[in-house]
Design a protein around this ligand. Structure first.
Ligand SMILES: CCCCCCCCCCCCCCC/C=C/C(=O)SCCNC(=O)CCNC(=O)[C@H](O)C(C)(C)COP(=O)(O)OP(=O)(O)OC[C@H]1O[C@@H](n2cnc3c(N)ncnc32)[C@H](O)[C@@H]1OP(=O)(O)O
Ligand code: FAD
Length: 661
């Protein structure tokens, strides 16, 4: 990239960077070698001509766009397969996926949830049967859980799997419209198999929801099998190429061994054998929620790179009347909009890495029959997924708005990035629903703290606060982290007290919970923010990097802490010992941090190392040829391929002629 002829502003920006951009790239990737491997892989993918679109996708019809996405998905699969064989390298398909599809691959659910559920929910025998076929794409699948009538409340799912001991089969049925599966990615026209989450019935008795692996289309003709009704759900806000679909069954029979039985089993005679914990059936969702935190880091870095580079190139208005128009990045309000995006991406990455380790530890424990840490993992993954996805959506939208009118152009790619980022707020557990899951855990933890019990590490601050809620405020990163814990503890206590108040007024627990649920949700958010602050600050101070880089990483981490303290200063005034003077000091600190980060802004986004092919943006490319690219892309419009459009003769001319009469 270094030899590309760049916009002079970007050249100047790069020259003033105070740290070694390559050092940060290696740090993000996990080492110099990892960067080399990543770049070699990406070079290979993006040099495949067939993966490059001649016409921007947005000009294609819904159908052509889908077919083009499937075409590219299959080529990408082949290239990856060869590459993995040759180099024994497991690539990050999500990163290149943004480049290849711009939007979402119709195989996303195959990779992200179908294969993962076979691994997580299948017995060794079932894995041996299905996994090789799924991994080498002999079968293509998705994860079909949500229905028209139920998504959040999965115990309310209506699809039925009724066991027939005579034939040793399950009979799948969707008797009502609301029971139809609705949303699964790839289901519309791509997949031939599904994980179907259905209510198990044996001898008229319900045994809760269980996962079943179901073939829905003929492998040769791709026709839906008899008894299967399947189709696509139509255009959405984003995810246009994900091929989300609907599905219903009518007396559709599958063999007994198609119930994934790692956790619970149905024996031949219809005996149901309960698993260690029925919530393990929800395991794939926990894994994906962890992954989404990492995805939030990637999505945020895409938007930050586009908006920061554009802001360095774009000149508009003046700060001083007699001086030239400035780069819009010099407006402190612009820095306020954008630097939190850079900082958030680093925070999400660090927290993702921490959360993934917890996830893997809990999986190891579960394999040995230990489930003590599962509730903590579930609670932590829920609130982090909810808050990170919401933050990422807001950050991406702020970056788009920060690009003014050009940010509204599809060719900036910011509308698409927003489309797939904001979807993460809803899928894999709607944000409020997940925050309230964490709130259940927090309320229990609070009760345990009141009883003097030892709490799990992520909530131990509740006990500390109970012992001493009068800690002096300190304007240091550690002091701010403590402050976030005080806010969280104060909010948990207030929500708990509110529940108790309603119970004393004669409400039952469930109604009291609902009445207090705004507070519970806010407590959960505050708990999540305290984890984000504590973990990300902790990771940064433990980072081994050169002094110059470490200084910049600390500035970003501090920016995150100070930004969120100021954003939630009302909470700090209520629940911590912060004073108005402390807030004034933090405001000053915030301005200092923006100024300190300013010279490194372009270097910092360069360090995300997102190739132009991944960014897909007229505004964000490495060379900064913004106006040239905007014009080049505009000229690709089909309306610009003709000097006069047929509508002139058909409609406009007759209209004008009528007006003459
Ligand atoms: C740089 C790296 C990038 C990497 C990127 C990787 C990205 C990966 C992407 C992969 C592909 C992504 C594409 C995805 C597309 C979208 C897919 C989907 O959306 S699939 C459908 C997802 N659906 C949901 O998430 C539904 C949400 N609802 C639920 O999870 C549940 O209904 C509920 C948890 C909200 C409630 O369940 P319910 O049974 O009603 O439980 P209770 O409320 O009664 O709680 C009982 C008890 O159980 C505990 N619990 C609940 N869930 C779990 C769990 N999963 N694990 C452990 N424990 C759980 C809960 O805490 C309660 O405990 P208690 O002690 O009683 O308080
Ligand atoms: C782009 C996209 C891709 C998807 N892909 C898949 C897929 O591949 N497979 C699949 O199975 N599903 C998929 N889904 C479905 C997704 O998982 C659900 O839409 C999601 O879990 C939310 O459920 P819902 O739609 O029922 O929302 P609802 O629960 O109906 O939410 C509507 C409102 O009700 C509120 N609400 C609901 N319950 C409660 C409660 N207990 N307390 C307080 N408030 C509540 C919510 O907070 C929200 O404000 C996808 C969805 C999207 C948008």
């Amino acid at each position: 990239m270094a030899n590309v002829k760049c916009n002079p502003d970007l050249v100047r920006e790069r020259a003033k960077c105070s740290f070694d951009v390559n050092e940060l790239i290696h740090l993000i990737d996990g080492g110099e070698n990892a960067t080399k491997e990543k770049r070699h892989f990406e070079e290979t993918i993006f040099s495949v001509k067939e993966l490059q679109d001649a016409v921007p996708e947005e000009y294609l019809s819904h159908k052509d766009r889908y077919e083009n996405a499937v075409r590219k998905a299959t080529i990408l699969r082949d290239v990856c397969r060869e590459y993995m064989k040759k180099y024994n390298y497991k690539p990050n398909r999500f990163r290149v996926g943004h480049g290849v599809f711009k939007d979402v691959s119709p195989f996303l659910l195959h990779d992200g949830m179908f294969v993962a559920t076979i691994i997580g929910q299948g017995t060794p025998e079932q894995q041996a049967e299905w996994l090789p076929k799924a991994e080498n794409m002999q079968i293509i699948g998705t994860y079909a859980q949500t229905e028209l009538g139920h998504g959040s409340f999965i115990r309310g799912l209506e699809t039925r799997a009724t066991y027939d001991p005579k034939t040793e089969e399950f009979i799948l049925n969707n008797a009502t419209l609301s029971s139809f599966k609705w949303w699964p990615g790839g289901l519309g026209s791509t997949v031939n198999h599904c994980i179907v989450v259905a209510q198990l019935f044996i001898n008229g008795k319900s045994y809760g929801i269980q996962p079943f692996i179901v073939q829905i289309r003929d492998l040769n003709t791709h026709k839906p099998l008899p008894g299967v009704k399947v189709g696509e759900i139509g255009p959405k806000m984003g995810f246009q190429t994900a091929n989300n679909g609907f599905l219903g069954f009518e007396n559709f029979r599958i063999p007994r061994m198609n119930m994934l039985m790692k956790n619970a089993q149905v024996l031949k005679d219809g005996t149901f054998v309960k698993g260690m914990n029925e919530k393990l059936t929800y395991g794939t969702m926990v894994m994906v929620r962890v992954g989404i935190v990492g995805d939030c880091s990637l999505n945020t870095s895409l938007a930050a790179t586009i908006a920061v580079r554009y802001s360095a190139v774009r000149h508009q208005s003046k700060i001083k009347a007699k001086e030239p128009e400035v780069q819009i990045l010099d407006y402190v309000t612009q820095q306020h909009k954008l630097f939190i995006a850079i900082a958030s991406s680093h925070v999400f990455r660090n927290v993702y890495s921490w959360l993934s380790k917890s996830y893997l530890n809990v999986m190891k424990d579960l394999a040995q029959g230990k489930q003590d840490h599962l509730p903590e993992l579930h609670a932590t993954a829920c609130c982090l997924k909810a808050v990170c996805s919401r933050d990422a959506g807001s950050v991406v939208e702020e970056c788009r708005l920060a690009c003014g009118g050009h940010g509204y152009m599809t060719s900036s790619n910011l509308p698409l990035v927003y489309g797939f980022t904001i979807a993460t707020v809803t899928y894999e557990g709607e944000q409020t629903v997940l925050l309230l899951q964490t709130a259940r855990y927090l309320v229990k933890a609070w009760l345990a703290a009141l009883q003097g019990k030892v709490l799990a590490p992520s909530v131990s601050y509740l006990s500390d606060w109970l012992k001493n809620d009068n800690v002096r405020w300190q304007n240091t990163p550690e002091g701010i982290v403590k402050g976030f814990q005080h806010v969280a503890a104060g909010k948990v206590k207030a929500a708990y007290d509110t529940i108790q108040k309603y119970i004393k007024l004669g409400k039952d627990y469930e109604d009291a919970w609902n009445l207090a649920s705004v507070q519970l949700m806010k407590a959960s958010e505050a708990h999540s923010r305290s984890i984000l602050c504590e973990v990300s600050w902790g990771e940064v101070i433990r980072t081994s990097a050169s002094p110059n880089l470490l200084q910049v990483l600390k500035q970003l981490a501090q920016l995150y802490l100070v930004y969120w303290t100021l954003e939630t200063s009302g909470d700090f005034l209520v629940y911590s010992n912060i004073s108005k003077d402390d807030i004034a000091i933090l405001r000053e600190k915030y301005e200092e941090l923006l100024a300190a980060i300013r010279p490194n802004a372009v270097g910092l986004v360069d360090a995300f190392d997102l190739r132009d092919e991944i960014l897909h943006s007229t505004l964000g490319s490495y060379d900064g040829r913004v106006y040239e690219r905007l014009m080049e892309e505009a000229l690709k419009s089909p309306l610009n391929q003709e000097s006069v459009n047929a509508s002139f003769h058909k409609y406009l001319k007759p209209l004008m002629e009528k007006a003459k009469l």
